[in-house]
Design a protein around this ligand. Structure first.
Ligand code: SF4
Length: 955
């Protein structure tokens, strides 16, 4: 029998004791610090990653040099080394989880075809998928909204859910939390995270324990950083590699320390705080860095507030927004139903490691320290287009009015100022109403709200996706009108203080006689059932309901663009009059067209402010000086009259932290998954049989798979320009998650396959079918390809269009891509700053590859999207210095060569040659953004998936 080599740091394996006398083994960082004294001053997050590197040091995937490099981390060193980080577990949401499951199923099909055991392909770490992204707000404002929306969800997603059920029986370590339980990050926080873990096969008398860590296929996985867990979002392709036993590779990060001091003032919420943090850190340029919070202010804020701040790490650009474990974390574990044994072990482990407690200023070394006095934070919103654009509540009205007529490149809407306050009646063919009043239907009578409720109830008899009938009559619509007010998103719904504040504000508003404006689509969509339970127990749910905030679903809803449609009449008035209407939501993203294709101004705000703006009805109502609305007897009611006090919120917090309720709720995942889920029948067997479906299809990534990769020459010549984009092209621009337009290539394909418009569902829900996703790539209705000339007024045409070359024929990018592929012409996309920013979305890279695009050349890349491009075999190339496609004078009519001289090396210089139609040419040097040696290997294998598959099949 071959001898297992001794662990190179075997002496670091120590024993810790729990308070009740139990014992566990652990890889001691204090012990390692005897060899590397630098460790004691390392940021906590780096030490947790170091523990994983130490524990997994086997001389193969993880080497002694990796331990040494990280143990010697210096705050300001040049970052050239990559860390192989083996994570404890993986979490998925359904939009990204289904394509990942499809890839795993495809790998099993390949294994079977090659005569290998399909079981070779099996996740090696626990994988949990939460079905949260599929529920839409088709129904609202009625007590039946939840049930009706879920019925529709199951009708639309039956094939996907059958596929998940197949996955549950085929893979041993793959679990699913069915629809109706909550949102992945909130469920992760409240239920999945168990403190410390031991290997599934560790049956030793004294087993070895290690910290929780994870990657998730959703960028807001960082919410878990609020309880001291190291984890972040990765693309589905990296997650697949992680679950199949590959380390997650990353460049050693800088760690920015964020010192919090002082206390939040009365009336200021965690949402306000996170919008401040986001705005500050955006200017600090923390992309690719860890942010670690410390100091007395960090110690004083509650764990749900920390989670809210961790959640928005992608918005401030950081890999993580990490809070170390302390007494507050332990209290949160107690309040959310973790067992005494788990909590005791968790606390003992972190204390033994010297990782327990909020670090004080000066205690640890950081690359840089940023500071914020919590006492300076004031009520805020962020928008109208980007989460980092924070606006003081008192400045919103003037800001919106200013932006209305500012040009697009100044973040404005480019509209004539004299049209700002014109209002338009809802009735068809109505004339405009030149009244100046921005707040429509002031003091809207309650019967209007009841009418909204009634019309939805009527529709309940036959569940269809048809939007309810619009309120008519005196209702007018104008610029700045809040047409969607959504209490949504794990960012905030995981935080009892802001949810209770929304309930308390609703109570006071109802008691004061306020109602919601009739044009507002209101919804409440918490991230777990616990929320409605405590709102009910606190007696606050009925008040939210009276204002139209009926429970619409337990899922992402508006946050992911599943706000459901507005009425046809409202859509018509908006589009006919080019209105800049608004959504106010407690989410974390507000990019163009994410919330609704016709809502151009989207503001992120705390749940109580969402309720307040639903009442006010227009973002030009200055809630700091003007009444929110008219209450009983026509009395003006101001925000201060209805804003809850901290004492009122605190008094209700006891309903939120009820360990028994948490346990009872999450026990039901296994014992009572719900009638809809129980009725889903999946196929069985180890290999999927790929029945015909417009939702699930065998992905083409392994077509012609061979055990040896073909030799690749990454350079190419004569490429055509597919698109010239500006700054901040998001993954949602590249691969939208929301509605599928009937006239789009994906819509045309669906109709040709017998799917009626009402059943199109969303791009996100159809990620298991590459036919739709290829056609949806660059199909966002708001994306602007600057190859297309602007119109007479300087307005740029929107939509996924390009000019096919030669000939300049305007067509959809998908159609052009198919023509170029047929002619064997490679293509290139050019972008500006922050290309691929936004949610982690592997289809943004997969779609790019399937359209035959060989390289994306940009001024800078978002971290995950860059990695995903490499993972799919597409070259990310970065302009140097001040170079850009504009400085090269590109118009889209050129031909492009990419010349790579010598061996492919991380971050090497690459030559870009531009051939112009007039016969001249120009050269520029760009940097290859394949960042690490392992990424070179991925690229040489044609991507990460063939790389991993070859490894598994060869084992
Ligand atoms: S609620 Fe929003 S942030 Fe949370 S998982 Fe869903 S889409 Fe992501």
């Amino acid at each position: 029998m071959a001898k297992v080599p001794a662990h190179p740091f075997a002496s670091a394996l120590k024993t810790f004791k729990t308070a009740s006398g139990g014992a566990g083994k652990y890889w001691s960082l204090k012990e390692l610090a005897k060899q590397y004294p630098n460790i004691d001053k390392l940021p906590v997050s780096i030490r947790i990653v170091l523990e994983s590197v130490l524990r997994n040091c086997d001389g193969q995937k993880v080497g002694v040099e990796n331990v040494e490099q990280l143990a010697n981390w210096q705050p300001n060193a040049e970052r050239t080394e990559e860390i192989p980080f083996v994570v404890t577990r993986v979490v998925l949401q359904d939009f990204t989880g289904v394509p990942l499951l499809a890839d795993l199923a495809a790998m099993r099909s390949v294994a079977a075809k090659l005569g290998k055991s399909p079981k070779t392909i099996e996740p090696l770490v626990p994988v949990d998928l939460v079905v949260d992204h599929s529920v839409m707000v088709d129904y609202y404002g009625t007590p039946k909204a939840l049930d009706l929306n879920m019925k529709l969800e199951f009708q639309r997603n039956n094939e996907r859910y059958q596929f998940m059920k197949w996955g549950m029986q085929a893979f041993d370590t793959f679990g699913v939390v069915p629809p109706g339980f909550g949102i992945v990050h909130q469920v992760n926080l409240e239920y999945f995270a168990r403190g410390v873990y031991k290997a599934a096969d560790d049956n030793a008398k004294v087993p070895t324990w290690y910290p929780d860590s994870l990657v998730g296929t959703d960028s807001h996985t960082t919410m878990i950083n609020g309880i001291g867990v190291v984890g972040w979002g990765v693309g589905g392709i990296e997650a697949e590699a992680a679950m199949l036993g590959q380390p997650v590779y990353m460049l050693t990060p800088d760690v920015v320390g964020f010192e919090l001091t002082g206390k939040l003032r009365e009336g200021v919420t965690a949402t306000d705080l996170v919008l401040y943090v986001t705005a500050i850190l955006r200017t600090e340029k923390v992309v690719g860095k860890f942010v670690e919070f410390f100091g007395p202010g960090a110690a004083s804020i509650a764990v749900p507030d920390r989670a809210t701040i961790g959640n928005m790490a992608p918005e401030y650009g950081a890999t993580m927004g990490f809070f170390p474990v302390d007494e507050m974390t332990v209290a949160y574990f107690k309040g959310t139903g973790r067992t005494d044994k788990e909590i005791e072990r968790f606390e003992a482990y972190y204390k033994a490691q010297g990782l327990f407690g909020m670090p004080a200023p000066g205690e640890l070394n950081y690359t840089k320290v940023v500071r914020l006095d919590l006492g300076t934070v004031s009520p805020s919103l962020a928008g109208p287009k980007r989460p980092q654009d924070r606006i003081d509540l008192g400045h919103l009205s003037t800001k919106f009015s200013e932006l209305y007529s500012k040009p697009n490149d100044a973040n404005g809407f480019n509209q004539p100022a004299d049209k700002l306050k014109i209002r338009y009646p809802l009735a068809k063919n109505g004339q405009s109403d030149d009244s100046e009043a921005p707040a429509p239907a002031a003091g809207a009578p309650r019967q209007v709200v009841e009418m909204v409720a009634n019309r939805s109830t009527k529709a309940a008899a036959h569940v269809s996706a048809t939007a309810p009938v619009a309120p008519k009559g005196a209702v007018t619509i104008g610029n700045g009108d809040v047409l969607i007010a959504a209490i949504t998103s794990c960012t905030n719904t995981s935080n009892p203080s802001v949810m209770l504040a929304a309930g308390l504000l609703a109570k006071k508003a109802v008691e004061a006689g306020l109602t919601v404006k009739p044009h507002v689509k209101t919804s409440l969509a918490p991230g777990s059932r616990i929320v409605t339970e405590y709102l009910e127990k606190a007696g606050l749910l009925p008040y939210l309901e009276q204002l139209g905030f009926y429970l619409a679903g337990y899922g992402c809803t508006t946050c992911i663009g599943n706000a459901g449609d507005l009425t046809a009449e409202i859509n018509e008035v908006i589009t006919e009059n080019n209105l800049v209407a608004a959504a106010v939501l407690s989410g974390n993203r507000n990019f163009e067209a994410r919330i609704h294709p016709n809502l151009k101004a989207n503001f992120l705000a705390s749940p109580p402010l969402v309720v307040a703006f639903a009442i006010a009805g227009n973002v030009m109502t200055d809630l700091m000086t003007e009444p929110v609305g008219k209450g009983k007897h026509g009395k003006d009611v101001y925000l201060g009259d209805i804003w809850p006090t901290p004492q009122e919120i605190d008094a209700n917090l006891r309903f939120a932290m009820n360990a028994k309720a948490f346990r009872a709720n999450y026990d039901k995942v296994k014992t009572d998954p719900g009638k809809f889920w129980s009725s889903i029948k999946g196929t069985t067997g180890q290999v999927y049989d790929w029945p015909t479906s417009t939702y699930i299809a065998e992905p083409p990534f392994f077509e012609g798979f061979k055990m040896k990769p073909a030799a690749t020459n990454p350079g190419f010549s004569g490429a055509r320009v597919m698109a010239l984009f500006g700054d901040s092209i998001t993954t949602d621009h590249i691969s939208p998650a929301g509605a599928i337009k009937e006239s789009s290539p994906a819509g045309v394909w669906l109709k040709a396959h017998g799917v009626p418009k009402a059943d199109f569902n969303s791009y996100g829900s159809r990620r298991g079918n590459h036919e739709i996703m290829m056609r949806g790539t660059f199909a966002n209705v708001r994306i602007k390809n600057l190859m297309l000339p602007p119109d007479d007024k300087g307005t740029q045409e929107e939509g996924g269009l390009t000019l096919f070359q030669p000939g300049n024929e305007k067509m959809f990018i998908y159609d052009a891509a198919m023509k170029y592929i047929a002619q064997e012409v490679p293509t290139v996309v050019f972008g500006g700053e922050e290309y691929g920013t936004g949610s982690s979305r592997d289809w943004a890279a997969k779609g790019t590859q399937l359209l035959g695009i060989k390289a994306v050349v940009a001024r800078s890349f978002e971290r995950i999207h860059r990695a995903n491009l490499v993972g799919m075999g597409v070259l990310p190339l970065q302009f140097r210095g001040a170079d850009s496609w504009q400085s090269l004078g590109l118009t889209g009519h050129e031909k492009i060569d990419v010349v790579i001289e010598g061996e492919l090396k991380p971050q090497m210089d690459v030559k870009l040659v531009v051939h112009r139609p007039d016969g001249t040419h120009q050269e520029a040097t760009v940097r290859l953004r394949i960042d690490t040696p392992i990424e070179v290997d991925y690229y040489k294998h044609g991507g990460i998936l063939p790389f991993v598959l070859r490894q598994l099949l060869a084992a």
